[in-house]
Design a protein. Structure first.
Length: 320
């Protein structure tokens, strides 16, 4: 039977913790009763340097339910993405399969069962996807959707309307942990892992208690980080702009020379016009070219794994 670890990053979640912990324990009990996970499955709360009582609550809950409630205390606030990574990498040593979910339970816990079913069908990664966003404010909904579109436009593979609610098998987390990059955007990395994947759909709920820990500034930072960590397209856009400018320079050249011969111009105008466009274009192209190399260096220093071997067939067949 597979041991499940539910990983929950928490930052100043003292209001919602007393609601979430029993709900998540209930999920475990239910799945254990149905024979879908082993009885030693657990919920791992990661305290991301909370300034309130969150850690005390986690400790007390662990004392009450030492086999079901686990905790990781980070020494300071590192942000959701790192807190989640710390939790997943810690959990993978104790379990066969992980599910990550936010502490506020906005993501419907009912679909965890479906995720586990898909895991048993051979999926290593199952994405929780929001089918509707009725309860989100208009602002959150539109900004979030703009974000997914922008990411796609920049060539970053992400799953539309999927945040960080997902199931990952131990070997998927293992491979994920090989991505040693500091600018971490988990949603961009997971689709690179490969393996059999699937989605489950749910309606996003209201926050059970407390306030959002993701203000607009953090959302923008996440979006920028996502794009700049996965795409060097902006650099190519500079190069493209340079080429466009050179073409304009050509058109301006023809126009200015024609004007010059027609005698419609002040002295100096033609050479000035030509220089502005030509030098501008050349400069952009040069910056873009240098940028291409910087982009390559950037990709190299990430030292991402180049492939992920799932299976080897030989006289000693083994599975990773
Ligand atoms: N979170 C975290 N560190 C932070 C900010 C948030 O671990 O610095 C956690 C938070 O406790 C929650 C999850 O990340 O479990 C998502 O945050 P929230 O629900 O506030 O974001 P929203 O759903 O509003 O986008
Ligand atoms: Mg939330």
């Amino acid at each position: 039977m597979d041991r499940l670890g539910i990983v929950v990053p928490c930052y100043n979640e003292e209001e919602v913790f007393p609601i979430s912990a029993p709900v998540l324990r209930g999920v475990l009990d239910d799945l254990v009763a149905k024979g879908k996970i082993s009885a030693d499955s657990f919920v791992l709360f990661v305290n991301d340097g909370s300034k309130d009582n969150t850690w005390d609550l986690i400790e007390k809950e662990h004392e009450k339910y030492p086999t079901q409630i686990f905790g990781v205390k980070l020494a300071g606030n590192v942000g959701h993405q790192y807190a989640l990574t710390a939790g997943l990498i810690t959990a993978k040593d104790f379990c066969d399969v992980t599910v990550s979910i936010d502490a506020d339970l906005q993501d419907d816990v009912k679909v965890i069962e479906e995720m586990i079913d898909k895991f048993h069908d051979g999926c290593d990664i199952v994405y929780g996807v929001r089918s509707e966003r009725k309860t989100d404010t208009f602002f959150k909904r539109t900004t979030a959707q703009a974000f997914y579109k922008l990411m796609a436009g920049m060539g970053v593979k992400t799953v539309y309307n999927h945040a960080d609610y997902r199931l990952m098998s131990r070997r998927a987390v293992e491979q994920f942990s090989q991505y040693g990059e500091t600018n971490l955007f988990i949603r961009g990395i997971v689709p690179l892992l490969g393996y059999k994947t699937d989605c489950v759909y749910y309606q996003r709920l209201e926050r059970a208690a407390g306030e959002s820990k993701y203000p607009l500034s953090k959302m923008l930072a996440l979006a920028f980080n996502g794009i700049s960590s996965f795409s060097i397209k902006p650099i190519s856009m500079i190069l493209g702009a340079g080429v466009v400018m050179l073409f304009i320079a050509l058109a301006v050249a023809i126009y200015s020379i024609v004007q010059y011969f027609l005698g419609h111009v002040e002295p100096g105008w033609t050479s000035l016009m030509l220089s502005i466009w030509f030098i501008g274009g050349m400069q952009l192209i040069s910056i873009g070219l240098v940028g291409q190399y910087i982009g390559k260096v950037y990709i190299e220093v990430k030292h991402r794994p180049r492939y992920n071997i799932e299976k080897v067939l030989s006289d000693e067949t083994k599975e990773n």
